[in-house]
Design a protein around this ligand. Sequence first.
Ligand SMILES: NC(=O)c1ccc[n+]([C@@H]2O[C@H](COP(=O)([O-])OP(=O)(O)OC[C@H]3O[C@@H](n4cnc5c(N)ncnc54)[C@H](O)[C@@H]3O)[C@@H](O)[C@H]2O)c1
Length: 371
Amino acid sequence: MPVPRPPYRVAIIGTGGIAHAHAEALTQLSARAQLVAVADVDHTRAAEFAGRFSVPHVFGDPKDLLESQELDLVHICTPPQTHAPLACLAMRAGVTALVEKPTALSLRQLDELTAVQEQTGSRVLTVFQHRYGAAAVRLRRLVEAGALGRPLVATCETLWYRSDDYFEVPWRGRWDVEGGGPTMGHGIHQFDLMLSVLGPWSLITALADRRARSTDTEDVSVAAVRFGSGVLATVVNSLVSPRETSRLRFDFEYATVDLEHLYGYREEHWRFTPAPGHEGLAALWAGGDEPDVTSGHRLQIEAVFDAWDTGEEPGVSLLEARRTLEFAAATYASAFRGVPIAAGELTDDDPFTLSMDGGAVPWQRVKEALV
Ligand SMILES: NC(=O)c1ccc[n+]([C@@H]2O[C@H](COP(=O)([O-])OP(=O)(O)OC[C@H]3O[C@@H](n4cnc5c(N)ncnc54)[C@H](O)[C@@H]3O)[C@@H](O)[C@H]2O)c1
């Protein structure tokens, strides 16, 4: 597929909550890209959205949008169960799809996207915007250069609170629509960022439960993880934690790097603590050019355009998104089977490759037995 040329022609499918963050980011990037069309099955919502962001073309059916517009990029901002079918439509129309997380509901669906990507030459990218904050980019660079010594131990916590009202939206809290609870839908940002820093994981031992909400999915999961490099980590994903926080901490041989924020970070949310005898390393952690910029959609979309401008592959690629989705699948498989799961162990026909619940959710089985 030819590399797109600026100004990039962009569309958005799904004009609900998160689409506003995408459109606002595109407004900030209007010198490089034009938002030319939007589609939503709720045509009235799409028309209002188009009015707010001065978008010339409005559609009710994403297919009509993709068939009638010349596009470089389509942002898919619809509920999770529609991501894979819409991304396939986009690729078959020759358009790169930037898909909101989670990329797909299962590893099987993600592998189907990879097959279509290979057939069409078009790409699917996943929104994991927290990879693109300046401090995360700097941390990965320092780790790759070996400047902080070996990574030893990490903690990754997404402790959020969602009341019963939040789950009244029909697609929330359901395996068949969301693919999972806080593991797939909320904590995925934090452990994706952790994986982007620490590289391939090798073994997961996990628990998941429904502690307080009457959802189909879990509302809490916890995992102990070993990485290929030997790093040991713990991961907690919760939607029942009244004092909300998002925390990540990496202990390297020569420094601790930690982050505490909520839904997006700036430079001030990171701390760098050199180990005794390594105080000189603090100079490497000098802040980025834009200390007040929050890790958000603009930075990732800008990185896509930067990559195209220089002929590079933009992120986050399906290959990397698969590693993150496999982490979620292994968390569920370990929790519901009660055994550790190794990377690569979930083969093509494993129930946890076919769906995140693996047909083995303990509270689902109790419910079925009572009916
Ligand atoms: N990256 C982030 O930080 C972040 C934050 C919030 C939500 N999200 C993700 O964004 C996605 C959307 O979440 P939301 O909160 O904006 O949902 P939402 O319900 O507010 O909006 C979804 C919109 O998609 C439309 N829609 C549904 N099916 C469609 C289809 N087949 N074709 C066209 N339009 C369709 C709906 O009518 C609705 O307007 C989810 O995957 C969610 O996980 C990501």
